[in-house]
Ligand binder design. Structure first.
Ligand SMILES: [Ca+2]
Length: 169
């Protein structure tokens, strides 16, 4: 009997222990959690791609890095476009963080990874600008397109997702 009681007590404590903390995911100031996995900042004020990048890189206090957004996830892409159209009501062209400046036709994110091709990211027939269009936008139709880097578009910036373990007791 005593043995059973201590076993039950141990199991109960174990259950309480796992319930007592929760992982809290959040974003730094100025950034919104999109699709539960990305911290993004959408600014409809228009800038060239380079100026947009500099703007994004300035959106932090030095304890983490920020840059133009890297959108590799379909869920994030959908949630982002819903946020832009339905919440901000600012459907327009936005710069994001990829170019084919280094090698025409080879699109790379600022992180160095290859930009995924085709549906559901790129609009059909895009990219189509060859050497004239070397920067990546999410266009006003909600899909990727290439754009001339000195055009002035809105910008979408990204910060790392922050995680905290919060005690629930
Ligand atoms: Ca190009």
């Amino acid at each position: 009997m005593e043995r059973n009681t201590s076993l039950v007590t141990a199991l109960l404590l174990l259950a309480l222990g796992s319930l007592a903390t929760a992982q809290v995911v959040w974003c730094p100031d100025l950034f919104t959690l999109i699709g539960n996995t990305a911290c993004l900042h959408v600014n409809p004020q228009t800038k060239t791609w380079d100026d947009g990048r500099a703007y994004c890189q300035g959106l932090n206090d030095g304890s983490f890095a920020t840059d133009l957004a890297v959108i590799e996830d379909c869920e994030v892409m959908n949630s982002l476009w819903n946020f832009i159209v339905h919440k901000l009501n600012k459907r327009m062209n936005y710069w994001i963080g990829a170019t084919d400046k280094d090698s025409e036709g080879t699109w790379q994110w600022l992180t160095g990874t290859h930009v995924q091709g085709d549906v559901p990211f790129w609009f059909p027939e895009q990219p189509d600008g060859s050497n004239m269009e070397n920067c990546l936008t999410i266009a006003e139709n909600g899909y990727f397109a290439d754009g001339a880097c000195n055009q002035e578009y809105g910008v979408i910036c990204q910060a790392p997702v922050m995680t905290t373990f919060r005690n629930l007791e």
